[in-house]
Design a protein around this ligand. Structure first.
Ligand code: AMP
Length: 632
């Protein structure tokens, strides 16, 4: 038996042979001629010359061996509905939506924005894009019109697919007004908008010529057959926008062949999910986890994937475990925030249902604190695997890989570098290798393995500048995370090195939130920092300077203005970016060169030492922050 250490070492030393072996897990229409083309670092082209299709691998190839097996189960505790689709039914639905898209003029290489809640039709649309070689860009339903417009303008889609609304905690969230507003704001609006009417917003207005009713078009394409487009391995499969340190979101671009192979390999080595087994990933299709482990990974592996619309505590805190019991879930994937929410409820919920089919619970997206890791592991009596990855990588960077070896789990640690990743912990000052237990920057020696981002959509230069320029003269992929490795080789992630914060597993740039706050006409400037929060991991907190400070001279004035600013962020960015508090000051703490001292503000808000303040321009500014926070 191979140890994980040996397996990882082989993935790097014998890279081509390793990935040639893994590539056999998927179907190739045309075999690849070369495993890796790395002639233009850091751009890595995997499985060069090979032709394949993600939809074929996720759906068509399962028809013969498991056509009648459930492929997709949709459970909505929001609208109280449950629906299942066998691989054969999924195939028919995806073909139909592919035909609908073609009828709306979508072809290979065209972009399609999908702005939908977690529901089967969103999965059909995603797979239909993959089928015809269109590039999907799924936007999380919680984003507001301005954020959606920014993504439209970057991707220049020919079609947008949406629904009349979603639902959260039983309350309808209309999508259509937001979609209309985003199109009004955008410079490159899609020619057509395909709308699924769920009956959630009966008063929804329709724009003639542009808006197309899903049900009407679907009727016209009943029984349609659309062949898979065979794509060269490096062609783009999708774009997924993620936050960075600038206000402009980055369009992470994924390929076809590398992505398919990475998904298939991870289902085997990391998640241990095989054909006929069920997987329940509680994420949203709008995030990387949803793309990889609600849709592509599980379906490529021939599993039954459960897509859930709802929250973990409604109708009660046992709802997820009941799903595990009823659907014989073997693999589950969630986020630390959700577990922290469950932790506020009786631990008895974890014991109420029969969880005997469950092999592992995987958690990712944000740091998993030790007490929460211990609580859920003991409560379930199952291995709970913390693993670390990024939208950019599409699959884990640090993980335990029980499919290779069941290495012991250390609470609070995402274990070891995943196979294929040449991970390093380097000192920020001089890029030398850090010692055991020494805090350092987590970097990957390129080439990045298959499945990782191939570039940023339409901007190769930004890709190199953003991710490969942390250490001058050294081409290394920067994760922008701090980490340490203990003497046993276990890694721990300590948070971001940049101005990105993580709110309930959602990555947000503080700059992005600042730009949203600044949209309020009364604001002169502001600083947003992430502050530790027991439930959500981090919470944005804003400190704003008003054009007219007299507006907040009274407590009523302050409350009114705080409410208005929050409303502005809601409109610009969506509720996920809304600061927990907005404080008003007359100046911000800045260095003499004008850089806002965000780290010092965050430290004060968390009751820590603000650090070196020798460069501060006006110490009075920091005193104002202290006064707001009530610290001495
Ligand atoms: P996203 O691309 O939105 O999934 O965010 C990726 C970021 O989330 C990483 O760069 C980390 O800062 C954080 N993250 C993801 N998984 C973990 C984990 N298991 N432990 C600690 N931080 C994590």
């Amino acid at each position: 038996m191979t140890t994980y250490k040996e397996f990882h070492a082989r993935s790097l030393k014998d890279r081509d042979a390793f990935w040639t072996e893994e590539a056999k897990r998927i179907d190739w229409h045309k075999p690849f001629a070369k495993v890796l083309d790395y002639s233009r670092p850091p751009f890595a082209k995997w499985f060069v010359g090979g032709e394949t299709n993600l939809c074929h691998n996720a759906v068509d190839r399962h028809l013969a061996p498991r056509g009648e097996q459930k492929a997709l189960v949709w459970i909505s505790t929001e609208v109280d509905q449950e629906q299942s689709f066998t691989y054969r039914q999924l195939h028919a639905e995806v073909n139909r939506v592919a035909a609908m898209m073609q009828a709306l003029g979508v072809g290979r290489g065209d972009r399609v924005i999908i702005y939908m809640p977690n529901m089967p039709e969103a999965v059909f649309a995603i797979l239909a894009c993959a089928r015809i070689g269109a590039i999907h860009s799924v936007v999380f339903g919680g984003f507001a019109a301005a954020s959606l417009a920014a993504r439209i303008d970057d991707a220049k889609p020919s079609l947008m697919v949406t629904a009349d609304g979603g639902s959260r905690m039983g309350k309808v969230v209309p999508y259509k007004p937001l979609v209309d507003e985003s199109i009004r704001l955008s410079k490159f609006p899609p020619a057509k908008v395909l709308i699924l009417k769920r009956g959630l917003d009966p008063s929804m207005p329709s724009v003639p010529e542009r808006d197309v009713d899903w049900a009407t078009l679907a009727k016209q394409h009943e029984g349609a057959k659309v062949p898979c487009a065979w794509l060269e391995s490096s062609e783009p499969s999708y774009i997924l926008y993620t936050s960075g340190t600038t206000g402009k979101p980055k369009g992470v671009q994924r390929d076809v062949g590398g992505h398919a192979v990475a998904m298939a390999a991870s289902m085997q080595h990391i998640y241990c999910g095989g054909p006929g087994e069920s997987i329940f990933t509680t994420s949203d299709i709008g995030w990387a986890v949803g793309h990889s482990y609600i849709i592509y990974g599980p379906l490529i592996a021939g599993m039954t994937t459960i897509i859930y619309e709802g929250v973990p505590v409604r109708p009660d805190a046992g709802v997820w475990w009941k799903i595990v019991q009823d659907h014989k879930v073997a693999v589950m994937f969630s986020a630390p925030t959700a577990i922290r929410v469950l932790k506020k409820h009786d631990i008895a919920w974890l014991k109420k249902y029969d969880l005997s089919t469950l092999k592992h619970l995987f958690l990712a997206g944000e740091p998993l604190d030790e007490p929460t890791h211990a609580w859920i592991s003991q409560g379930l009596g199952k291995p709970v695997i913390d693993h670390y990855w990024q939208t950019e990588t599409g699959w884990p960077v640090l993980t335990s890989a029980p499919g290779v070896e069941k290495t012991p789990i250390k609470f609070g640690s995402p274990s070891f570098p995943a196979y294929g990743y040449d991970l390093k912990l380097l000192r920020e000052s001089d890029a030398t290798v850090a010692g055991p237990d020494e805090k350092a920057v987590v970097v990957v020696e390129p080439p990045l393995p298959p499945g990782c981002m191939s570039t940023l959509w339409g901007d190769d230069e930004r890709f190199v500048k953003t991710y490969f320029s942390m250490f001058p003269g050294k081409l290394l992929y920067a994760t922008f995370d701090w980490g340490i490795r203990d003497k046993d080789g276990y890694y721990f992630i300590l948070g971001r090195t940049d101005d990105v914060i993580n709110v309930a597993g959602h990555r947000l740039g503080t700059r992005e939130i600042e730009e949203a706050v600044n949209m309020h006409p009364g604001i002169a400037e502001c600083a947003v920092v992430g502050v530790a929060d027991q439930l959500k991991g981090q919470m944005p907190m804003a400190f704003a300077v008003l054009k007219d400070p007299a507006q907040v001279a009274t407590p009523e004035g302050r409350m009114k203005m705080e409410g208005e600013v929050m409303q502005t962020v809601n409109q610009q960015l969506g509720a996920i970016g809304r600061p927990g508090r907005v404080f008003f000051v007359t100046l911000l703490p800045k260095t003499r060169s004008g850089k806002v001292l965000r780290r010092s503000i965050a430290a004060l808000a968390e009751g820590r030492d603000p650090g070196d303040l020798t460069t501060i321009e006006d110490p009075g500014a920091l005193q104002q922050i202290k006064d707001c926070l009530g610290v001495k």
